[in-house]
Design a protein around this ligand. Sequence first.
Ligand code: EPZ
Length: 426
Amino acid sequence: MDKFVVRGGNPLLGTIKVSGAKNSALPCMAAAILTEEEVILENIPQVRDIETERRLLESMGAEVQLGYGRAQHRTHIQCAVLSDPVAKYEIVKTMRASSLVLGPLIARTGMARVAMPGGCAIGGRPIDLHLKALEAMGAVITQDHGYLEAKTDRLRGAHIVFDKITVTGTEDILMAAVLAEGETVLENCAREPEVTDLAALLIAMGAQITGAGTSTIKVRGVSKLHGARHKINPDRIEAGTFLIAGAITGGDLNIDSCDPTHLGALIAKLEQCGVRIDVAKDHIRVRSGGELKAADISTEEYPGFPTDMQAQYMALATQTAGTTTVTENIFENRFMHVQELNRMGANISVQGRTATIRGGTPLQSAAVMCSDLRASASLVLAALVAEGETILDRVYHVDRGYERLEEKLRGVGAQIRRMGDVFGKK
Ligand code: EPZ
């Protein structure tokens, strides 16, 4: 099992570069299923989930080249023939976002066989809203030995109102709608930048979409889509993680190649904590502004405070003067980092969906366990300020969504190294 060894106490100083967004790249890679022509995606992050998506597409018959040259991280995908439109359990069980192939597969081939995604560390993660929408568009969906079988002659446009705001649900159904017959109206959509990024690719492929990024999206189905080249958005959660790294270590960090307009809620909250933040077009400077003040958060769908930044913010809250309450409204079990932070000296209690953090607690190094992607990031941030050497186990969780995290942090003065093999290094 890979481990990180982190010695705390160094303020982070210098410039750190943000990679492409994993949660944009995954739906955009799935969108290549919608055409037999080549789709080229640039600024792809070198992370484990992208590798999993590559294996998933290849298992269905796609040709996928994935290159991480110094200059440009790029993937070429061509689904000329989908010889086996099945998303197999051994792949789906490792990445819930595999369900993103459901909509494009049905739209392209009229059928799909996708292993039902299990839950994961942060919650049950059902896809009932995806299925309900596809049935409204004419898909017949049955369950068969742990797989979902979906069939249709051709999807037809429908008026769909999502019962809950779902990011991949919006993306999945958007991809189903672009080849459906007639018009589809989607209401109560997710407004995340990743939805807008996917829509930009689909429009470049010839889709007719209006309203992406708002809660109502309209699609006029077309009979065919063509290939396209598209650059993936910067990863707003990686950028946010680095913002907190600069704040928690009392450093002076330039976060480069990011999009500050995607980070409004986090920036406002950090400024409330007394952190100094200067925003430019594609980079942000974060500096300590003296003593950190407590400021409560409540996670909401975009543009509210992102659930994917909740764990990282909690690490910062342990260092603020005062008491912070963190309310997690999106997932039912996203406090797995709490007991590990408490083992490092934090003082956090949980009541239902609300955690109470009594700040001003010096953190001590400890042996801690990573449980999911963002909880792992929270432990890395805590280790950067803990006294002594912290060992983090099961850092493969980090590799799912952060590209070369230890290298990037070392580049700005963190004392962090990996024990065990490095993902992506042959
Ligand atoms: C996406 O997950 C992200 N993943 C998650 O990021 C992120 O935390 C989440 O959106 C919320 O922003 C990707 O984009 C690949 P949802 P997703 O559907 O789409 C319930 C990370 O750390 N729901 O918006 O799976 C669901 O249980 C990951 O990068 C249903 O009930 O999340 C949850 O409570 C973690 N039925 C809420 O909606 C459904 O059919 C929001 O989930 C779908 C969702």
